[in-house]
Design a protein around this ligand. Sequence first.
Ligand code: P1T
Length: 377
Amino acid sequence: MKPFTTCVHAGAHVEPTTGAIMQPIFATSTYVQEEPAKHKGFDYSRADNPTRQAYEEALAAMEGARHGLSFASGLAAVQAAVQLLEPGARILVCDDVYGGTGRLFRRLFAKYNLDFQFVDMADPAAVKAAATPATKLVWVETPTNPMMKVIDIRAMAQVAKQTGALLVVDNTFASPIFQTPLALGADIVLHSTTKYIGGHSDLIGGALMMSRQDLFEQLKFVQFAAGSVPSPFDAYLMHRSLKTLGVRMMQHHKNGMAVAEFLASHKRVKRVMFPGLKSHPQHAIAAEQMLGFSGMVSFDLDGTYDDVVKFLKKLKVFALAESLGGVESLVNHPEKMTHASVPEEMRKKLGIGPSLIRLSCGIEDTDDLVADLKQAL
Ligand code: P1T
C-alpha cells in the first residue's frame, strides 16, 4: 500500500462484536484472568492495551518497520533508546538537536557514565573521525532543530556499521510521509508524535519504530519495565490523527516552500534555512532522501533582538509558542525558548542567536501566512 492508504488503514481492525469501523478505546488498567497467568493475551495495560497495540501497528506501518512502540512523550522515547546502552558507551550526537534532547543527554544521562560527543554531522568525515570502538550509538536528527541542517542518513549508516554502532534517526521534522530512515539504513526511528503525527497541538507523545527483533524485544522491555506509556485515550487520538497525516503534510510542505521563498526574497531577512531551497547547503542530499520538506523554516532577521520582538508581536496568524507540527502556524525564538538549555558556546557555534526565528507553517491558506509575515516585516 502507498503511504496515504497506510495512514488511513494501518492498525484499523473492524471490532468483532459490533462491527464498529473505529478502534474502541479500551479504558482499562487490568484484565480478568481465567486462572493465574491464563488470559486473552492482556494482563496489565502498562504491558499491553488493545487501543495502544492498534496504534503501534499503524506507527510501524508508516515507517515500513516490523514493530512500533509508543511512549508518553518524545523525550520518553529518547530515554528508552538510550537505555539500550551499557555504562561506558560513547554516543555520537548531531550537534544541532532539540534543546530537550541535548539537556537529557548532558544533564541526566552523562552522570551514568555515558560519553556524549556532539559532532557536526553535516560533515560525514567529522563523524568518521570521531567514531571509535567504544562508539555504540550514532544519534541523528534530520532536518535538525532549529538550524535545519540535513544529514546524509546513508553515510551515517555506513559509519555506524563500520563501528558496530546502532543508528537512531529522529524523524520528527520530516514525518514518515517525507522520509523513511529505516530504508536508508537506520536501526531505530524516533518521533516526537506531539508534532506532525499528533498534528493538532493537543497531545504529548513519542514513538520508536524498528524492524530488528532483538531491538524490539529490548525496547519493549524498557517500555514495560520503565512504564512511560501513553494512555488508551491518547493512543486513540494519535491513531485518529495519523489517518490525516498524508494530506496535512502536503499542505505543510506547500506552505513551508512558499514561506521560505518569500522570506529569501525579503530585504529585512538575512538568511533562510529550509532544505527545499536550492541555496540550502545540503539541498542535494535533502532532494535525494526526502520526498517533501515539511513546514519548518528558520531565518535570521536583519536587525536587533528588539526588532525581533517587535516582529513577533506584529504577527497575527503565527502564534508565539514552543512546539511545531500542528495545523496552526507557530513561531518560536530558539535562543530564549526551545534551545535556552543549549550551552552558550554551542549556541554561538551553531548560529542560534538573538536574530534567529523558527517558524512551523501550519495548514492555513498559503496567502494568509505570507501576508502575515509581510505585514510584520
Ligand atoms: O516534547 P516531546 O514530545 O517530549 O518531544 C521531544 C522532541 C524530540 N525530538 C524533536 C526533534 C523535537 O523537536 C522534540 C520537541 N521539540 C519541541 C518542543 C520544539 O519546540 O522544538
